[in-house]
Design a protein around this ligand. Sequence first.
Ligand code: FES
Length: 107
Amino acid sequence: MKKFTLGHSKEEVFQLVPEKVIKKVILGETSVAIVRIGKTFRTFQAFCPHRGASLIQGTINSSGEIICPLHQYRFDLETGQLRSGYCDDLAIFPNELTDNGLEITIP
Ligand code: FES
């Protein structure tokens, strides 16, 4: 398990990740998508577990789900649970906003 820190302060992280804009970062060998909904950050695998489409082009709905751009499968961004479609759940990476930035844990 490895911990990565994005930014150097809470303010910097809020600027780096505008609300509902999906950003991608490479942490070690893992592509991680980051989105902010209000003051909450969601960090998850950047590629859809169905057929590998990039979720960076996905959309976030009002229920806190991401919708894949390719076949419109939906995943809960808090738990990673598949909400519509037939494939594995989305991998979610724990994160914590600290005074030193956003800490993201990769298993
Ligand atoms: S690749 Fe994402 S729903 Fe098919």
